[in-house]
Design a protein around this ligand. Structure first.
Ligand SMILES: NC(=O)c1ccc[n+]([C@@H]2O[C@H](COP(=O)([O-])OP(=O)(O)OC[C@H]3O[C@@H](n4cnc5c(N)ncnc54)[C@H](O)[C@@H]3O)[C@@H](O)[C@H]2O)c1
Length: 471
């Protein structure tokens, strides 16, 4: 049974026959009609303006470009996008969209504003925040005239920290008001793609709202909560970073598929077949596996096979710059851990875990062995605990590698975790078995540094100064 009844959408627009299909889901949060302004009527702004009007909101669009405003007044969309002309014509004719170049009029007539102005790259690659800072100041200057608490949502892509460090100060300076007390400022990353933007608007992968203001979060839920995806509220900086992480990930995916394509072509393999089969693995490939920040990769397969693939490419004159930089990036990660320990100035290191991952005694290509060797090379006192490796040494599995290739490391191993913890100034923790957690909780001290490279649970239970590997 459709929940999206006339009573919920509001009678002003109840004649609209183009209601979002997703909004008819009977479990969705009902839309509450709002008065909304959109600043910047490019791809993101124009699509938002039209779709929000279609969903029953009263919309005002603002842009500095008079030709865009003129087109919109005539019911024409200022962008080329599938379905946008028809939708824009319908919502403008239906009376739910007006446009202006006056920031003051738009802010005074609405309760919620979306900022969608461009944030292009400057010549040095940095983000040009000129337009968004100007609009923040213009909006800020009008806020003291409002008797209600205005909610401003930044939808332009901005680097992490931009709201806190640039946009909020600009608004507060211009208004003399305080964000979070007198007005709300949020960040909501936009995930639509040009070409399919109306469909993407209606079927986003996720709705993420960055705010610590519960009222603003609820307001946005009443605008977007009907969409067929999860609605997640997080911190502003997380939401800002997420947009970059998503775009970087997409760029990496495209480049990966193309590099696999080039090497496949050179060895006479159909890359489409390879990638189709790769995507069929939903356990390790198309899944959250390997997508959690942690420590460097190692072991007997990944480094070896990556090297062999790169050699095959090189011998066929195939360029694979991204894959060629994976091993150097992995080394940089190991170096980051080593530098953290060295920078602490502490001289006695206790390593907990030595094999490349928990549950194995395999030490080949273990990044922890690389770390251990660097600590020894720097003259630090080192002691290592790893029950799996210790047993391997005693019963012979992997024994040859331990005894022959890393005897200098083998001699530093101890089965006594309690003494190791007590004697160390720095603990490098790469295991999180119950035995390890219990020992850390019982024996660490405030003067120790604990470098977590295993993503340990319950960090507050340790007495040592905690530092995450990259978190
Ligand atoms: N295009 C996309 O597919 C897409 C997707 C996700 C996020 N984004 C991000 O959204 C933002 C907007 O992207 P876009 O592609 O819509 O940009 P765009 O360049 O198409 O449109 C920006 C609009 O802002 C207007 N503008 C500039 N200064 C203004 C001001 N002071 N007041 C009012 N309007 C002003 C411009 O005239 C223009 O119409 C960017 O940060 C972009 O990175 C874009």
């Amino acid at each position: 049974m459709p929940v999206q009844s006339e009573a919920i959408v509001g009678t002003a627009h109840s004649h609209q026959a183009w209601l979002n299909e997703a909004a008819r889901d009977e479990f969705a949060t009902p839309i509450v009609p709002r008065k909304i302004s959109v600043f910047g009527l490019g791809y993101v702004g124009a699509v938002s303006l039209a779709c929000l009007a279609r969903d029953g909101h009263e919309m005002i669009g603002v842009d500095i470009d008079p030709s865009k405003l003129e087109l919109l007044r005539r019911g024409q969309a200022p962008i080329v996008e599938t379905g946008i002309q028809e939708l824009m014509r319908a919502v403008v004719r239906g009376g739910s969209v007006t446009v202006t170049d006056c920031v003051r009029d738009a802010i005074l007539a609405t309760d919620l504003s979306f900022v969608c102005v461009g944030t292009p790259a400057s010549s040095n690659g940095n983000q040009d925040l000129g337009a968004i800072t100007r609009i923040a100041e213009q909006i800020g200057a009008v806020l003291p005239e409002k008797s209600t608490r205005h909610v401003i949502v930044i939808r332009s892509t901005v680097k992490p920290g931009t709201l806190d460090e640039v946009i909020q100060p600009a608004m507060e300076r211009a208004s003399g008001l305080k964000a979070g007390r007198d007005f709300s400022l949020c960040f909501q990353p936009e995930f639509l793609r040009e070409g399919t933007s109306i469909n993407d608007y209606d079927h986003p992968p996720i709705t993420v709202v960055g705010t610590d203001d519960p009222q603003a979060g609820e307001l946005l839920r009443s605008v977007f909560g009907h969409l067929p995806c999860e609605f997640v509220q997080t911190s502003v900086r997380t939401a800002e970073m997420l947009k970059y992480a998503c775009n970087a990930f997409h760029a990496v995916k495209v480049t990966f598929a193309n590099e696999i394509g080039r090497i496949s072509q050179s060895v006479g393999v159909d890359p489409h077949e390879v990638m189709k089969l790769l995507c069929m693995d939903r356990q390790l490939n198309i899944s959250p596996a390997y997508l959690r920040p942690g420590f460097a990769f190692g072991g007997s397969c990944l480094p070896k096979d990556l090297k062999a693939l790169l050699y095959a490419a090189k011998s066929r004159d195939v360029e694979m710059p991204m894959l060629a930089n994976v091993l150097p990036s992995n080394v940089a990660h190991i170096e980051h851990a080593i530098e953290t320990v060295l920078a602490s100035g502490k001289r006695s290191v206790g390593m907990i875990g030595l094999s490349f991952k928990s549950g194995t005694d395999d030490l080949r290509e273990s990044p922890f062995v690389v770390m251990a060797e660097r600590f020894i090379g720097k003259g630090l006192q080192l002691c290592i605990f790893d029950p799996e490796v210790h047993i391997a040494r005693l019963i012979g599995a992997n024994r040859r590698f331990i005894e022959e290739s890393i005897p200098h490391i083998a001699s530093l191993m101890t089965p006594d975790i309690e003494t190791l913890i007590k004697n160390a100034d720095v603990l490098v923790v790469a295991m999180k078995s119950p035995e390890v957690i219990e020992a850390l909780q019982a024996h660490t001290r405030p003067d120790q540094l604990l470098l977590d490279i295993a993503v340990l649970p319950d960090r507050k239970a340790f007495q040592a100064h905690y530092q995450g590997m990259c978190w």
